[in-house]
Design a protein around this ligand. Structure first.
Ligand code: GLU
Length: 486
């Protein structure tokens, strides 16, 4: 038996940002297709005009392109199952709804607004959940004909079974079932002849040959209704993979408002696209082995939807930082500099070797936006407390620094301007340490503090001296001596 080609789709509604949860759905749908040599389809579900946000379609395209989740069929490139924009498919659905009417699986409903309103009030008063009462389910053929001939407006409703249960197996959530009696006779086609979202979604998935439906768990409870439609048409059900919600903490969903929920926010905060994608992969999915760092091709190889967990995924900023740091360190220094340069240039105007600086930063930067505060001492020495000269670990104090700085100045003044580089500075200072018979920290800690006005810097005193240059370094050291005298 030949296996059917896997076809998955990402079906976003263009309602604004690319939420982390949406991007994860796109990633899993992409991986599910690509790991099985399948086809990844992009369909824009833009029929809810009230929620439509101008520019949101471009955000979807750009995010998918930037992250490398390239679609095989979609609005811009077409494919054999188009159009791929739902609003352009509106003419398609009426015939399917009418087919179900002919087969007795759906019916015309002529109830007007007033009647529906009254029905709701009665239901509310008697404590019932609002639902259609089935008034038009059993109209006679003559009644229907008369109303149609008279041009009475109608919707088409699905005839839900009144008894029994509808169940299905979700790949993540397992066995799901609902009592049919709880299912409303949902509207398939509205008065204006347009499909409802639920109806369009199902018909589109079928017409586009979608074999695996991957989406957020908020659709889990609607899925039995969707399945009853598949059944009514006699269509083959897709495999369902519902993904757990992404939470800020145990109680709260990640929300757009707290500013870290969208892909764009994270990139703006200095996270790398590849790291964000890697982190999102792990939001609810566990690899089989220990390895957590995956490039996109590696993800394709490793992905198995069985690894998706149904417990809510908690967005862990620390983990994201850690993964981002791993990506930053794996870059070439030149590549790192390219990414870091805007952050460096935002605080550094001094003429210095930026590639050298980038090498220092690369070792201890987890997020690019951490860079400015690490190097805010380069342009001008900040005012600092003498207490910074105290280090328990190095066994230094302002007193030891007062003794050490003149040795440093003397040693560095001996270096000719043309010899001023990391290697020479290192060699001279270590020779000094040796001749004085002191611990490294006795000399190097005060050097760092005097050059930066900080205890923690990218690189140590030797590197900072090389970076700042001879003149500036000596000026800062002398300033330190003055401070310590004062
Ligand atoms: N358009 C829906 C959304 O953006 C997706 C529904 C689905 O994937 O079936 O939430």
């Amino acid at each position: 038996m030949s296996e059917k080609k896997v076809r998955t789709r990402f079906a976003p509604s263009p309602t604004g940002y690319m939420h982390v949860g949406n991007l994860r759905t796109a990633l899993y749908a992409y991986l599910c297709a690509k790991s099985q040599d399948g086809v990844f389809v992009l369909r824009i579900e833009d029929t809810d005009q009230e929620r439509y946000v101008e520019g949101a379609v471009d955000i979807i395209y750009n995010t998918l392109r930037e992250t490398g989740l390239v679609w095989d069929e979609g609005p811009d490139i077409g494919g054999g199952y188009g159009p791929y924009i739902q609003s352009q498919r509106m003419g398609l659905f009426k015939q399917y709804a009418e087919q179900l009417v002919r087969e007795g699986k759906a019916y015309y409903c002529f109830c007007d607004k007033d009647r529906l309103e009254e029905m709701r009030l009665v239901q509310k008063a008697s404590g019932q959940a609002p639902h259609y009462d089935g008034h038009c389910r059993s109209l006679s053929a003559e009644e229907i004909k008369a109303k149609l001939d008279a041009g009475t407006p109608y919707v088409i409703r699905q005839k839900m079974p009144r008894e029994g249960v509808t169940s299905f197996e979700d790949l993540v959530y397992g066995h799901i079932e609902v009592e049919n009696a709880t299912l409303d006779d949902q509207i398939l086609l509205k008065t204006d002849g347009m499909p409802t979202y639920n109806f369009a979604n199902v018909v589109d998935d079928h017409l586009m040959g979608i074999t695996h439906v991957i989406r957020g768990s908020e659709y889990l409870s609607s899925t039995p209704k969707y399945n009853l439609l598949y059944e009514a048409f006699g269509w083959e059900l897709p495999v369902y993979i519902h993904c757990p919600p992404v939470m800020k903490d145990a109680q709260n969903k990640l929300s757009k408002r707290n500013g870290d929920a969208s892909y764009q926010d994270l990139v703006a905060k200095g996270y790398l696209t590849e790291a964000v994608l890697n982190y999102i992969l792990l939001l609810g999915w566990s690899p089989k082995g220990e390895e957590e760092i995956f490039s996109l091709p590696e993800m394709i190889k490793a992905f198995d939807p069985a690894g998706i967990s149904k417990s809510p995924a908690i967005f862990d900023p620390e983990k994201l930082r850690y993964i981002n740091g791993a990506y930053l360190r794996a870059m070439t220094p030149e590549g790192f500099l390219e990414k870091a340069l805007p952050y460096i240039d935002s605080v550094v105007n001094r003429d210095c070797d930026k590639l050298f600086l980038a090498r220092l930063l690369q070792k201890r930067t987890e997020v690019l936006s951490d860079i400015p505060e690490q190097i805010d001492f380069i342009d001008a020495l900040p005012d600092y407390e003498l207490e910074l000269y105290t280090s328990k670990k190095m066994k230094t104090t302002p007193d030891t620094a007062r003794e050490a700085l003149p040795h440093i100045v003397q040693c560095l003044e001996d270096i000719a301007p043309e010899d001023w580089n990391e290697e020479v500075i290192h060699a001279r200072l270590f020779a000094k340490i040796e001749s004085l018979g002191v611990k490294n920290g006795w000399l190097l800690w005060p050097l760092r503090v005097a050059l930066s006005g900080k205890q923690f810097t990218p690189g140590g005193g030797v590197e900072l001296a090389a970076l700042l240059g001879r003149e500036e370094s000596l000026a800062r050291l002398k300033k330190g001596m003055e401070k310590l005298q004062g």
